[in-house]
Design a protein around this ligand. Structure first.
Ligand code: ZN
Length: 441
């Protein structure tokens, strides 16, 4: 598939009805499964007993399974993990095509261990097409963006083989004459990030919501973006409001991951519509039974219909979502979803009780003496609090009292909470800042 064809097909499906979307999905799934079965040793084995191609009957896959059989997963037998390791050992290769055919991405491993993901030309073209037609929730923001020269600044990890970095390098390498896009390294000192953003004056600002919320606290940041598009982690209502107030523009998000691609884009009603022409999203409970619309899932199975080099078919993500099939006032017929956030940050304690990160976030956010915090689970029943405050000891005493009382209300007694002598910090590899970090298993 060429880029113009991907563009045309994606544009045509923008307002397609459910019947058309289901037909498209079935057609594309059939083609992908046939190809995977023929070219990938992994899928050949996985589908050895398959008679007909019916989504619900296809075996599921997950990260551990796929990453431990990676050489067999690829549909191009010349690609091996050894060759990928060699390619990725040179950071100059970020954004370059391996064998002139494939982009290589690594996920940051925030879910415990990293994944390696290859995109072929079709995956890249579809991603570009979806970005071209579905990025902006509101027409007026798109028009302002075009009027102001499409100036885009992304505050991301500006190195390594991460999706945002790799894709933006790829585009820069292909169109070096285009000076409309910059990536600012999220790990650079705050003053440096602000200097670059002030000098560039972006029309669209993108980045991780938690990091943009921290940047918003700098009065020296003097930019007037037309729109802010966050990604990579959950955009909470609080952060959306904070950024709206600070920058006076529309703030929106989207839902994507390296394996699934662009899963859902926000509409003018603030709903995340699934890109159902290119991805199949199945909400399931913890035993992998399908979950009805309106009910919160424990996990999601995604099928990326545009990746033929490394097929992701019924691939498990640990996100908790609610699917909505009721009509949306924006006029799109695709279903939309709500996402609770990455479950990697849900803490599981020794008794099995789980606590959502937002609970901790809200408690600590409310404590005025704390300027910035990060709660880290270091053992099953042990938390340490990193914080910035004028009087850390006093602030910690308040936090300790509030957290203990909250945990006791959840029948969690005997959880040890200590004040850390470290400051809150971004993840060293991905550059993302998390307020709540669960124990890695
Ligand atoms: Zn809508």
């Amino acid at each position: 598939m060429s880029l113009p064809k991907a563009m045309l097909q994606t544009w045509r499906a923008n307002n397609a009805n459910q019947d058309t979307l289901r037909t498209l999905q079935k057609h594309r799934l059939d083609a992908l499964v046939r190809f995977a079965r023929e070219k990938s040793l992994y899928y050949k084995r996985l589908y050895s007993d398959l008679d007909t191609i019916c989504l619900e009957k296809l075996p599921m896959t997950n990260k551990l399974e796929m990453m431990s059989h990676l050489d067999e997963v690829f549909t191009d037998r010349r690609i091996t993990i050894d060759r990928i390791d060699q390619f990725t050992s040179n950071l100059d290769n970020v954004g370059k095509m391996m064998d002139g055919k494939y982009l290589v991405f690594k996920t940051s491993g925030s879910t415990g261990f990293p994944a390696t993901v290859l995109y072929d030309k079709m995956t890249i073209d579809v991603a570009s097409a979806v970005a071209a037609f579905r990025t902006f929730a509101r027409k007026e923001d798109y028009q302002a963006f075009m009027k102001h020269g499409k100036k885009t600044a992304g505050v991301f990890a500006d190195y390594g083989f991460y999706l945002a970095c790799g894709m933006s390098r790829y585009l820069q390498l292909r169109m070096p004459w285009k000076q409309t896009k910059i990536t600012v390294d999220v790990n650079a000192p705050g003053e440096e990030i602000i200097r670059q953003l002030n000098a560039f004056q972006p029309s669209m600002l993108s980045g991780y919501p938690s990091n943009l919320a921290l940047l918003a606290d700098y009065p020296e940041l003097l930019i007037k973006p037309d729109v802010i598009i966050t990604g990579g982690e959950l955009l909470t209502d609080e952060i959306r409001q904070k950024l709206t107030n600070r920058f006076g523009c529309y703030v929106q998000t989207h839902y994507s991951c390296t394996e699934g691609g662009e899963i859902a884009c926000e509409c003018s009603e603030g709903h995340l519509h699934i890109n159902e022409d290119w991805v199949i999203v199945e909400p399931v409970d913890k035993d992998n039974n399908p979950v009805a619309p309106g009910v919160q899932s424990d996990k999601v199975l995604i099928t990326n219909l545009s990746n033929y080099i490394q097929p992701f078919i019924r691939y498990e993500l640990t996100d908790r979502i609610i699917i909505h099939d009721e009509p949306c006032a924006c006029g799109k017929h695709s279903r939309w979803l709500e996402i609770e956030g990455r479950t990697d940050d849900i803490m599981t304690f020794a008794s099995g009780v789980q606590i959502a990160p937002m609970s901790f976030y809200k408690i600590l956010e409310e404590i005025k003496a704390i300027r910035r915090f990060q709660l880290v689970q270091t053992a099953l029943d042990k938390l340490v609090l990193r914080l910035i405050a004028d009087n850390p000891i006093e602030a910690f005493q308040v936090a300790h009292r509030e957290l203990t009382s909250f945990l006791e209300s959840k029948e969690l007694t005997g959880v040890d909470i200590a004040l850390s002598n470290e400051l809150p910090q971004s993840d060293k590899i991905s550059g993302k800042f998390k307020h709540v970090i669960a124990l890695k298993h």
